[in-house]
Design a protein around this ligand. Structure first.
Ligand SMILES: Nc1ncnc2c1ncn2[C@@H]1O[C@H](COP(=O)(O)OP(=O)(O)O)[C@@H](O)[C@H]1O
Ligand SMILES: [Mg+2]
Length: 353
């Protein structure tokens, strides 16, 4: 049997000189019959980045991941992952990536330990190397004694972590996580977030993570690509994307004259504009968190009676709405967006413009 070991990471002639790009896609596309699941996708993801691929159900996230992991052939375009072409060197791509995909198939009677050892052997590690990796991962994944119990006894969160550990046995350069927290309870979700941050910070691993959760992309990703109906509609850091949509809003509901309340705000730094909407002042500012204090003080000094002072910062949901005309909603999932809050905010935004 020919052994290809993951320990040999010397550059080969097949490795492209793609600079520091861990993932590069050019015009990548995949059609299913006449359905263009993914179309004309251009990506350039640097080594060591956490890239959040954000989009609603059916947007084309899994199709993209499956192409980049060499599990699905593209119908157009090309891509390199970890420096190797997905079409001509899928074997080398697979050696350098790990993937925890949505439809993880875990054998219920196997123990976690057995699964991880099998995975290590499949990647050509010898017993000593596998032992070492399991020691590294035990610390990282923290499955404890459960590692020696059958997988069927695991909770959803534990299965997800085992699947994540399995994808890491061979110490990949690039990790693909397809909706790693969908359906998880908040505690398990937080532990996956910690894990992703740790892998990235400690090992410098490049992480391509898909999600329907705006707050997940916001919290984890260095850069976010927003995909809708098979097309990348925006890309940037969470801050850049939010800035595209506009200002934070401070809404002050006050007693008495709005005109005098408004005059009281004249000297406050950082205010771009103030509108009177019904009995509220809607204050636009680049940095709501920094401005809400001075606003409260100025109103207080002027003797204005403040009934309510609320801050609404721009979210990635606003970005998605502006780009696509829809909100990302997950009716099938556990956490409904706070509809009242959003509707109220949308009204004031529109009224303010
Ligand atoms: N194996 C397949 N056969 C036919 N259509 C598919 C297949 N996989 C995905 N699709 C279609 O491609 C589109 C994108 O799906 P997918 O990539 O799974 O989206 P996401 O992961 O963002 O929810 C959807 O319209 C879906 O129905
Ligand atoms: Mg999917």
């Amino acid at each position: 049997m020919t052994t290809t070991t993951t320990t040999d990471r010397s550059p080969t002639a097949d490795r492209s000189d793609a600079g520091s790009a861990a993932i590069e896609a050019r015009g990548l596309g995949r059609a299913f019959a006449d359905n263009d699941a993914v179309e004309g996708l251009d990506l350039r993801i640097g080594s060591g980045e956490i890239y959040g691929f954000l989009g609603p159900n059916g947007a084309g996230k899994s199709t993209t991941v499956r192409m980049l992991c060499t599990l699905l052939a593209p119908s157009s375009g090309s891509a390199t992952v970890a420096g190797f072409d997905i079409a001509s060197r899928p074997d080398l791509v697979r050696l350098h990536i790990g993937a925890a995909l949505q439809e993880a198939a875990l054998d219920p009677v196997q123990t976690g330990d057995e699964l991880l050892r099998l995975q290590g052997r499949l990647y050509g590690l010898d017993r000593k190397q596998v032992d070492q990796r399991l020691r590294d991962l035990a610390e990282l994944i923290d499955l404890g004694d459960a590692l020696h119990r059958p997988i069927k006894t695991y909770s959803g969160g534990m299965r997800r972590r085992l699947d994540l550990a399995a994808s890491l046995v061979h110490n990949p350069d690039v990790l693909f996580l397809d909706e790693p927290t969908t359906g998880l309870d908040p505690v398990s979700r937080a532990s996956v977030w910690d894990e992703v941050r740790r892998l990235n910070e400690r090992l410098g691993m490049t992480i391509f993570l898909t999600t329907q959760y705006l707050e997940e992309a916001d919290a984890l990703a260095d850069r976010v690509g927003i995909i809708n109906a098979g097309r990348l509609v925006a890309e940037g850091t969470p801050e850049e994307l939010k800035r595209r949509v506009g200002d934070d809003l401070i809404v002050a509901r006050v007693g008495g004259s709005l005109v005098s309340a408004r005059e009281a705000l004249d000297g406050v730094n950082g205010i771009h504009r103030v509108d009177e909407v019904h009995d509220e002042l809607v204050i636009e500012t680049a940095n709501g968190a920094a401005t809400i204090g001075p606003v409260a003080i100025a109103l207080g000094h002027a003797g204005v009676d403040i009934h309510d002072l609320t801050l609404r910062t721009t979210t990635l949901d606003d970005v998605f709405l502006e780009l696509t005309g829809n909100r990302i909603t997950h009716h099938d999932l556990d956490d409904e967006p706070d509809t009242d809050h959003h509707e109220h905010a949308t009204t004031t935004t529109e009224a303010a413009r």
